[in-house]
Design a protein around this ligand. Structure first.
Ligand code: G3H
Length: 532
């Protein structure tokens, strides 16, 4: 059934039914632990001479630059794919077509925008496998997690469509006599209006999910969107873009340019045609925020998420969360547990429990669903190694032998880390986790707050009153009580303090961030009071 040709209420009901159906299929996908080994089946129009085209004005195009950028498979360290190296003229064209398309899109009824998003969510889920295949090859995401990322993305888009209906379907009505000195002569009507062209720059670790977390709110709010995916993850993003193409979004409304940051990065972020930037990544975000003009920014720039373990905590629960939080996707998550702060009296027991769990982690290729897979680039692996060597030189206790083959680094717990070691402060973005033994909660809070990051933190204790006090004292965008840090569920607010970011994400906050308020004031010739 074509959602586009149904009325609002009927469409909504059918959409929900479809969602239930898809949910059950999804569960079997997740339960199936599918092993992805096949080569992705490409849509021919997306590729020419082995190079993936970029997506502009509703068409797949070859760049005039005549150049391409290789996407290196982190496992084989060989070129897996090639994408177009777009040039500045092509960026100009994409932004111009986005500017034109947005004008009509903003006049498209909200329910129709929502229907198209529901449609793309369903298509995205139908294309779970080929997109997940790319994630495995481009970023060495374990096969099961790659599948989950795509399914989660479909759910995010659907939820965003429905939340958009609620959030944007409502405005405000204010009367003037509530402010001193005024009679009831003015009625103010406010509504949320789009910003224009939104630039979305997701990171390598969630090239699909953190792309749609920007795309869906932008589109439901009546904006157009230009996507610049990371090079590692660009092909998964192009496949995701193909789902938007299949859904039938207007030409130019959504585009995807690939290429080198050195050639088009600044050009994109400083372009006068861009009206909003949503970026997830590292330090580059700080540079972008300094160069971007008068445009709203949404930034998530990593963290050094601390896990505080108190004496009264459930140590088995804490150990499971430390291992899951610290080593999922080989620690390459901004919300990974990046430092454990444990009270000395329970440290030996905790470390023993954590080590027992680390021993059970499987290490190897993402195709085999291993827990620990190669980190994204050789450069990342070298950086992680530099932190490990610094800690070694300064006397950290290695709970496992340090082992590396190519980009593959075996999971490593570093005990007795001190604050003069780099790993106490820097984020390795890899499977290496420092443990700092502390004497008091105050010391733990001091350590957390001395960091330049402030994304998330977590506390393990059975005393909820104590947990609340500690949470309030921690300078973090989110504090989890008795669980590892995490961004999801995707409708929860997600934000970082200090160098961890600007603004708040999560579906509702992103929709709001990608709009501005417009007021219309009705001025009456004389005061008028409603008498009922
Ligand atoms: O890497 C940054 C992501 O926002 C983390 O998301 O908590 O779902 O892994 P996650």
């Amino acid at each position: 059934m074509n959602l586009l040709f149904m009325g609002g209420a009927q469409a909504q009901a059918t959409t929900l039914n479809n969602l239930w159906e898809l949910q059950s299929k999804t569960s079997s996908i997740n339960a199936g632990r599918a092993s992805i080994t096949s080569t992705t089946a490409y849509n021919e129009e997306m590729v020419e001479n082995d190079v993936f085209k970029y997506y502009s004005n509703g068409e797949w195009k070859v760049s005039n630059s005549g150049k391409c950028v290789p996407v290196i498979n982190p496992t084989t360290r060989k070129t897996q794919y090639k994408v177009q190296a777009c040039n500045q003229e092509e960026v100009d064209n994409v932004i111009e077509s986005a500017r034109i398309a947005q004008k009509s899109w903003a006049k498209t009824p909200l329910w129709k925008r929502a229907e198209l998003l529901h449609k793309v969510a369903a298509i995205l889920k139908q294309h779970t496998k080929p997109i997940a295949d790319c994630l495995v090859k481009e970023i060495a995401k374990p096969a099961k997690d790659a599948l989950t990322e795509v399914v989660r993305s479909g759910d995010l888009v659907s939820y965003c469509a429905e939340e958009g209906i609620r959030v944007l379907g409502r405005g405000n009505y204010l009367v003037s006599d509530s402010f001193p000195g005024n009679e009831r002569t003015k009625y103010c009507l406010t509504s949320k209006i789009p910003l224009g062209v939104v630039l979305a720059i997701p990171p390598f670790n969630y090239p699909v999910n953190l792309a749609v977390s920007k795309i869906a709110p932008a589109l439901i709010a009546g904006n157009s969107l230009v996507l610049k995916p990371p090079t590692q993850g660009a092909v998964a993003a192009l496949h995701m873009m193909h789902c938007f193409h299949l859904a039938g979004f207007p030409k130019g409304l959504i585009s995807c340019v690939t290429g080198k940051g050195s050639e088009i990065g600044d050009f994109l972020t400083m372009h006068p045609g861009i009206n909003c930037i949503s970026f997830t990544g590292g330090d580059t975000g700080i540079a972008i925020s300094k160069k971007a003009g008068m445009v709203p920014l949404q930034m998530e720039l990593g963290g050094k998420d601390a896990c505080i373990i108190l004496e009264d905590s459930d140590l088995d629960l804490a150990a499971s969360n430390i291992v899951k939080g610290g080593f999922s996707y080989s620690g390459q998550r901004c919300t990974a547990v990046k430092v454990v702060l444990v009270i000395e009296s329970i440290a030996d027991t905790l470390v023993k429990k954590v080590n027992e769990k680390i021993e059970k982690l499987t290490v190897g290729p993402p195709e085999d669903n291993c827990d620990i897979t190669p980190v994204v680039t050789e450069c990342s692996a070298n950086f992680i190694e530099s932190l490990v060597m610094d800690a070694k030189q300064k006397g950290a206790k290695f709970c496992q032998e340090y082992r590396r083959e190519g980009n593959l680094i075996w999971p490593l717990l570093l005990d007795c880390v001190r604050s003069d070691m780099r790993i106490a402060w820097e984020e390795p973005f890899g499977p290496v986790l420092p443990v700092i033994r502390i004497d008091s909660v105050e010391e733990a809070i001091r350590h957390c707050n001395a960091s330049n990051f402030g994304l998330q933190g977590c506390i393990f204790t059975k005393d909820i009153n104590k947990a609340i006090l500690i949470s309030d004292a921690m300078e973090m965008g989110t504090v989890q009580i008795n669980s590892a840090p995490a961004r999801g569920p995707d409708h929860f607010p997600f934000q970082g303090l200090k160098d961890s970011g600007i603004g708040s994400q999560g579906i509702t906050n992103s929709i709001n961030m990608m709009t501005k308020v417009k007021s219309t004031v009705i001025n009456l010739p004389a005061p008028s009071y409603t008498m009922g």
